[in-house]
Design a protein around this ligand. Structure first.
Ligand code: SF4
Length: 347
């Protein structure tokens, strides 16, 4: 890859721009981003941002990737739903999706005529990879006629056999709109338990039939982690994602999607907030609310962190075969219907 050479002045200016965004963001549990870190990142962010213009490309970055991507080069940041919407709306010729495979696959399904690349190549997801299309076909055969909702964290094959996709932000409302008092919800068994409890709370209970998948980041939290946070930080408010076990969700002050958590953090008067979610989301909150303190016990998605500035540049400049996302047209057509249904039911 022949990269454009930038002057020392351009690199210094870019490093200071990045430092202004990342200086209050944790690089690890014990260190924040330094100006040196930003100087190292600057030549890459400069070149990526130059190539985006040259190729009419857009970079979508999930909040769980790294802050140098989210704040250095992304045109849009957010959760699966927000980024799916941006993928639907973009006028760009090329989509670079910094996330995991099912997300980039969703962007390709929505935009079959565009080139979609994922910097990390075939980055999986413990949840999406827990269920194949054949698994869902067997489950449906055991429960004929029962409506099927699939969490967006699922493969194209699973989406293709579902009545509608859902995200953590719209799952409860869409579940309520499904006919009947039974529902197949796959592939997250923990979110299925949270869905069942929420439908009871709303006075519209349904029998939820699920599969055995879980998020390997959110399924690790236990009540003792919450007890420790409350003991160490009196007045703390704790937020969690509905991919967490139900006993965790019952003990938190707020449970919701990535966007929901961001909205809660923006509104709460608490100065200290416990984040039972992925580290990248903690980084986003640190960047956007430097006046607040965020406590994070643990939780890193190794799949998301496979996206880097270096492989984002590669995907833009000279993509490797494994970085381009392709979906079988028949599967894409069926999966598109489930994704469109979600947009329709979310209005
Ligand atoms: S955080 Fe969990 S659900 Fe999200 S991509 Fe990683 S493994 Fe999958």
């Amino acid at each position: 890859m022949a990269a454009v050479a930038f002057t020392q002045e351009q690199i210094s200016q870019e490093a200071h721009r990045l430092y202004g965004l990342l200086g209050c963001v944790s690089k690890s549990k014990s260190a924040k981003w330094s100006l040196q870190d930003c100087l190292a990142a600057a030549p890459l962010t400069l070149e990526i941002n130059r190539l985006k213009k040259e190729k009419n490309a857009v970079v979508l970055a999930h909040s769980y990737t790294s802050p140098e991507l989210v704040y250095g080069v992304a045109d849009f940041r957010g959760d699966s739903y927000e980024l799916s919407l941006k993928a639907k709306q973009t006028q760009a010729d090329v989509i670079i999706f910094a996330g995991v495979w099912f997300m980039a696959e969703t962007a390709k399904i929505i935009n079959p005529g565009k080139q979609v690349f994922i910097p990390a190549g075939h980055a999986g997801c413990s949840l999406a990879d827990s269920m194949t299309g054949e698994d869902l076909a067997r489950l449906k055969a055991k429960h004929p006629g029962v409506p099927v909702l699939c969490y967006i964290n699922s493969t194209a094959d699973v989406k293709a056999q579902s009545d509608s996709c859902v995200t953590s932000g719209n799952v409860y409302d869409i579940a309520q709109k499904m006919p009947g008092d039974e529902l197949i919800f796959v592939p997250d068994m923990l979110m299925a338990q949270n869905l069942s409890a929420e439908l009871v709370r709303r006075g519209t209970p349904k029998k939820i039939i699920s599969s055995g998948g879980s998020c390997c980041v959110h399924d690790k939290y236990r009540p003792e982690h919450i007890e420790a946070l409350r003991a160490q930080h009196p007045g703390i408010q704790i937020v969690a994602h509905p991919e967490c076990p139900i006993e965790i969700c019952r003990l938190c002050d707020y449970v919701g999607s990535t966007k929901g958590m961001a909205d809660f953090v923006a509104k709460t008067s608490a100065r200290v907030i416990g984040m039972l979610t992925e580290f990248g989301m903690v980084n986003r909150m640190e960047a956007e609310h430097p006046d607040k303190t965020f406590i994070w016990p643990f939780g890193v998605c190794s799949y998301m962190k496979r996206n880097t500035l270096a492989n984002t540049l590669q995907a833009l400049a000279e993509p490797l075969p494994g970085q381009e996302v392709q979906v079988d047209p028949a599967t894409a057509k069926a999966a598109y219907k489930a994704i469109e249904k979600m947009f329709e039911l979310t209005k």
